[in-house]
Design a protein around this ligand. Structure first.
Ligand code: GLC
Length: 415
């Protein structure tokens, strides 16, 4: 009898092992992102013993990640099964992604912030499910602003320069303002914020390139001046991505930082941060146009069209799990990445862990999208090239904008 039991147990176990499907998923690793994902995947695999998920960590630079994806997809590979997609990519990658339109209610998309669902919708088809949303925000040292008598964070860029100069003149070895100035996607995000706050834009609603404007030149000139004229940003920002800025701020080396929400959870972790409890968050300052702007960022999950039906079914379960209420809340609290489901913002636990997410909710929902087109990556490459040339003083801001406009017109016209 006992023997029979053991034999049947072995049979069942081998059947499970035999029918176990393995899927792969790409992942980012800024701040606590990757360790949080591993904990989530463990939970998922415990609840779904027939699915094995193997995580493929990717470069943090969105631009490098994009180029890797192009290689996988152009080769028609069936892996990765699940793609972590930047909000700017669905239009370009849609032909390679599984159509999830019929799964709208399975993923409960009616409960999501409508703008995030729009980012994953291409020509009426849903190709990616919103995982977390992002908007550029200003981090500031509350303790230092208090110490020097500044009651509030700056409302304008000019005020930011003034406060940064005042504090760095007195405090040793501190930068005034760190941001993302390396030649990659993050630079475009930062520039868009300055640009819109100066009253400019890249491409208008009719698809016309409108970058060649005084507002663009002034906005870019201001970024250059932050480094060389006002000297509130170190020259090293021209090599900074998100993580370099975050580490510098976390080590107590900067008064202000432009970054995404993810930085919050590590900045307030006393085990790794020198500034835990001393950090405030505010909307980015306004420019001469009288308005402040935050670039809309965020990441979505899409499924590889070339995966097998079993892999696709497993991938759907994983995407549903990761984008569920509980997992979004867990991610927001532990990795600082903003939920895409509306109700999560009403959860008292979120308010306790990351109050700014709740207080600045309308800012997150109204963040400015980058141009929505399948040619976005080409547009961004052109912008990165000229923005960086101006920031490293190889070109004047005026020349950079003029040449950028010429090249953007060529991209848009398909030449
Ligand atoms: C963040 C944003 C993403 C953006 C990237 C730029 O990851 O979520 O949308 O493209 O930063 O570095």
């Amino acid at each position: 009898m006992k023997k029979l039991f053991v034999v049947s147990l072995l049979l069942v176990l081998s059947l499970v092992a035999f029918s176990r499907v393995t899927i792969t998923m790409t992942a980012g690793a800024v701040g606590k992102e990757l360790e949080v994902l591993y904990a989530q995947i463990d939970r998922f695999m415990k609840a779904n013993p027939d699915i094995k998920v193997s995580v493929m960590p990717m470069p943090n630079s969105s631009t490098e990640r994009h180029d890797l994806y192009v290689t996988y997809l152009a080769a028609g590979e069936k892996e990765p099964t699940v793609f972590m997609l930047d909000v700017i990519w669905p239009a370009e990658f849609a032909p390679f992604l599984e159509d999830l339109t019929a799964d709208r209610s399975y993923f409960e998309l009616d409960k999501f912030i409508p703008g995030t669902v729009k980012s994953g919708t291409v020509n009426g088809k849903i190709v990616a499910i919103p995982w977390f949303t992002d908007a550029g925000i200003l981090y500031y040292r509350k303790d230092l602003l208090d110490k020097y008598g500044f009651k509030n964070p700056p409302k304008t860029w000019d005020e930011l320069v003034k406060i940064a100069q005042t504090i760095t003149a007195k405090e040793k070895n501190m930068y005034g303002f760190v941001w993302q100035g390396a030649r990659y996607e993050g630079l475009v995000c930062d520039f868009m914020e300055f640009l819109i706050s100066y009253g400019g834009d890249v491409i208008d609603d009719t698809g016309k390139v409108v970058i060649n404007s005084k507002a663009s030149v002034d906005a870019l000139q201001f970024m250059v001046d932050l480094i060389y004229k006002y000297k509130v940003s170190p020259q090293a920002v021209t090599t900074y991505m998100e993580e370099e800025a975050r580490i510098s701020f976390l080590n107590g080396q900067a008064v202000f930082m432009r970054n995404w929400p993810y930085a919050w959870s590590t900045l307030n972790d006393p085990k790794e941060s020198k500034v835990a409890g001393k950090v405030g968050v505010a909307p980015l300052p306004a420019g001469p146009a009288g308005r402040s702007a935050a670039t809309l960022g965020g990441w979505m999950l899409g499924i590889n069209k070339n995966a097998t039906p079993e892999e696709k079914a497993a991938a759907k379960k994983l995407v549903k799990f990761l984008t569920s209420y509980d997992e979004q809340l867990y991610k927001a609290i532990n990795a600082g990445q903003n939920p895409t489901m509306v109700d999560v913002y009403k959860d008292p636990e979120l308010k306790k862990a990351a109050p700014f997410m709740v207080e600045l909710y309308s800012m997150f929902v109204n963040a400015e999208p980058r141009p929505r087109t399948a040619k976005y990556s080409e547009i961004s490459d052109v912008m990165q090239k000229y923005l960086h040339a101006a920031l490293t003083q190889q070109m004047t801001a005026q020349q950079a904008i003029q040449d950028m406009a010429k090249d953007l017109n060529k991209v848009v016209a398909g030449r």
